[in-house]
Design a protein around this ligand. Structure first.
Ligand SMILES: CC(C)(COP(=O)(O)OP(=O)(O)OC[C@H]1O[C@@H](n2cnc3c(N)ncnc32)[C@H](O)[C@@H]1OP(=O)(O)O)[C@@H](O)C(=O)NCCC(=O)NCCS
Length: 282
């Protein structure tokens, strides 16, 4: 019999098998690695459901909510996996349905996830559909113009132990990316910095820049509604942190329809990202 229930650290032993068959590119080999993937600043315990068959955990789904000024709350499914030996038996369907229901209870009105192309048919069967596309952009950080203004104050966030509320948020940025990149710095041990930006006393933007190795830094920048006029300043300040990280290339992943907000192709080279942004209204 299949049971869908809240996940807990004791499930990580079984989940190692799930991770080894579904996240094979990430090379999980120990239970401790699986445990680490289930804690940290962006992890919400209520957003963890597992599928159990005959006392064995064979799948899981992870999700959370964040605020968006246009649609209110967005529910994000950040991961789903079913042990390859148990796939195509309806377990993924049940996990998605349970996550949707939990996210509805948390008052999310739009759901988003990011699907590899080969899993898109699964999501279509769940009535999730592609919405727009994503671009991977990159530039040399030294080529990003400096935007001087005294109107925007930069605050570097130190000693972060939980996800700052300002980062459980997306407006222009792709949902979930800010939290994920902040977590890579705080929990994942990547070198990097988290920022808030203020104009007078109002929060106008947030961002993260993190070292991803090979002299490449990844950044995520976002603005609050009142910060729209400062987006170029905020992008410039965050992306140029890559210079302090000694990166030769700075990258981000952004919704394709936002490329112009980044200065178009003047400073950035861009290509269509492989993964597909998918969504469902509930
Ligand atoms: C995607 C995944 C969770 C689906 O789990 P599952 O338990 O096999 O899903 P279900 O049995 O409920 O499948 C529902 C339907 O989707 C189809 N489907 C399932 N996986 C599919 C895939 N990878 N590609 C295309 N269709 C798929 C099934 O055939 C089924 O169709 P049907 O109703 O016509 O029979 C599982 O394949 C998996 O863990 N994949 C690897 C991890 C991954 O890529 N996660 C997605 C990250 S966004």
């Amino acid at each position: 019999m299949l049971t869908i229930r809240q996940g807990g650290m004791r499930d990580c032993k079984d989940l190692l098998d799930v991770f080894m068959s579904t996240h094979w590119t990430k090379k999980y080999t120990t239970v401790e690695q699986v445990k680490s993937a289930h804690r940290g600043i962006a992890f919400q315990k209520w957003g963890w459901l597992v599928a159990e068959v005959k006392d064995r955990v064979v799948g899981e789904v992870l999700f959370r909510v964040e605020k968006n000024p246009v649609v209110g709350r967005i529910g994000i499914i950040t991961d789903i996996g079913v042990d390859v030996r148990y796939q195509k038996k309806g377990i993924g369907t049940k996990l998605v349905a349970a996550a949707e229901s939990a996210l509805k209870d948390k008052k999310a009105s739009r759901l988003v996830a990011t699907s590899p192309p080969d899993v898109y048919n699964f999501w279509m069967k769940m009535k999730w559909f592609a919405r727009g596309s994503l671009m991977d952009i990159e530039a040399s950080p030294s080529k990003i113009p400096i935007k001087n203004t005294t109107k925007v104050r930069t605050m570097c966030l130190e000693n972060v132990t939980k996800l700052p509320k300002s980062m459980l948020f997306s407006n222009v940025a792709y949902p979930g990316l800010l939290a994920e990149t902040a977590s890579a710095v705080v929990d994942g041990g990547r070198r990097g910095e988290l920022f808030e930006f203020y104009s007078e006393d109002a929060l106008v933007g947030v961002g993260v820049c993190a070292d991803y190795g090979d002299r490449t830094a990844m950044f995520v920048a976002d603005i609050t509604v009142s910060g729209a006029q400062y987006f170029d300043v905020i992008i410039s300040r965050i992306a140029r942190v890559a210079l302090q990280l000694k990166a030769r290339t700075v990258t981000s992943t952004i919704p394709s329809d936002k490329v112009q907000s980044y200065g178009g192709r003047t400073h950035w080279s861009s290509r269509l990202a492989r993964n597909i942004p998918i969504t469902k209204l509930i």
